[in-house]
Design a protein around this ligand. Sequence first.
Ligand code: PMP
Length: 363
Amino acid sequence: MARVYNFSAGPAVLPEEVLRACASEMLDYRGSGQSVMEMSHRSAEYQAIIDEAEADFRALVGVPETYKVLFLQGGASQQFAAVPLNLCALPGASGKADYLITGQWAKKAYQEAARIIDAETIASSADKTFSYIPTCADLPVRADADYVYICENNTIYGTVYHELPDTKGKPLVADVSSLFLSQPHDIARYGVLYGGVQKNVGPAGLVISVIREDLIPAGPVDGCPTMLNWRTQADAGSLYNTPNCWAIYVCGKVFKWIMAKGGLEAMREHNVAKAKILYDFLDESALFAGTVRACDRSLMNVPFVTGDQDLDAAFVKAASAAGFVNLKGHRSVGGMRASLYNAMPVEGVEKLVAFMKDFEAAH
Ligand code: PMP
């Protein structure tokens, strides 16, 4: 069996130990005679799995008691609508929200919100193909905005907020999909933090939302489907209906893997070291160049180009043949992108850079 180095932006590489542990329990989960995939979500065995996953997540991230942790379906995109439907239904809400547009995912969230509420763009980096994070020192946050929204790490463009914006007292809502559990998250600074798990954390189709309790509607909301109302799953322990049982189980194993590696601070150090290897090379290369303003670079997603589309394509093809797969940039930007999530080993980045050096010498 030969495993490749997988630089996919998501679904993405998972820790081999986790995959092996899942495989070993596939036919018989701990003497139950069933796979977790076959198990009732109302069984005692499954309740123990979801309870342990939530407890481990809370301990790993340091989630305050005043926040709910919800395991939800529909991916991160489902939250694009859930955010305005819930937050603009709270008592005293104005139905207004302010968005920072730093890439396609922020834009999609904004567009979805604009269908439902009065959403406004208060900062954008669209003028330079989202290659930087706008200055957030004095944002024109509306006095009656219900929340301020960011996409904290921009998967497609490779930028990250190294500092969270000043929201002038409004709850900050952040999509952290592509940096979820890659570094510590100071939950108290957010009203809502959510992430699709298919990058650092587990299989696709599950989103984990961490929501301050006072931002969850008290009951049913007119115009908000039951399944999108956070109250529904908050009261049901994420078991209102059949959840994505398998994904929650795999995430539970990844939480334990991260804890065994030393937790989120250790993940950050590991990710800083890996990204440095690639960025240092890009900065000195005569052929390859990064596309992002240096101070806004993401540790997770590293886009780069040769400046020649044919050469980019030749590189992606040659890299793939050499076992470095999924390096093609997003279809909207072209070039290359290496995603360096938690489960990518240092050695994978070192070998990629060695391959890039050889390619550069040959071209
Ligand atoms: N937000 C970000 C930052 C993403 O990278 C992605 C997916 N790549 C999404 C949202 C959408 O996630 P999903 O496909 O789970 O809806």
